[in-house]
Design a protein around this ligand. Structure first.
Ligand SMILES: [Zn+2]
Length: 164
């Protein structure tokens, strides 16, 4: 795991001086440390986690959102969502987004589904994203529109999924 704390601190309950300083200056909360340490503890079982990166963890109410480094989203979700299931069992509902532009982050919430298109609409409240998803993929989308809207709002955007 690559995370905001070093690999030694990730595997212990203590923080070294450097990490302690980092936690203080970057205002890393307990939640982020808990999630990073939990994922670190799964490394031996899921080898792909070794080079997965967690940037941040956000509590968005109904769910926790793990902001993963670029290319790390799939590794944290695990094959067939196997690690996501472990995360859900430990922390309640957990969602994973991949760091990137706002549009990329929003799209990554649908993982493993890829939208067939993203329309950006400019309206009264600013820009809004319409993610167009194949009806055939509906069952594979990890969340409903209510949750999707709630999470994307926390990411600073309005977005909605359209099935067609
Ligand atoms: Zn450390």
């Amino acid at each position: 795991m690559k995370g905001p704390i070093c690999s030694i601190c990730m595997r212990s309950d203590f923080l070294c001086a450097a990490c302690n300083e980092k936690v203080r200056t970057e205002k890393l909360d307990k939640l982020t440390l808990d999630v990073v340490r939990f994922l670190g503890s799964l490394e031996d079982r899921y080898k792909n986690l070794r080079d997965a990166e967690v940037r941040q963890v956000m509590d968005v109410g109904k769910a926790l959102v793990i902001v993963a480094g670029k290319g790390s989203g799939g590794k944290i979700v695990g094959r067939g969502g196997v690690i996501a299931k472990d995360l859900n069992a430990r922390f309640g509902m957990v969602r994973v987004v991949e760091e990137g532009t706002r549009e990329e982050m929003i799209q990554s919430l649908l993982f493993p589904v890829k939208p067939i298109g993203v329309n950006k609409v400019y309206g009264g409240g600013g820009e809004k994203y319409k993610l167009r998803v194949k009806m055939a993929d509906k069952k594979k989308v990890p969340m409903g529109n209510d949750e999707f809207r709630e999470i994307t709002k926390k990411l600073g955007a309005e977005a909605e999924i359209f099935f067609e």
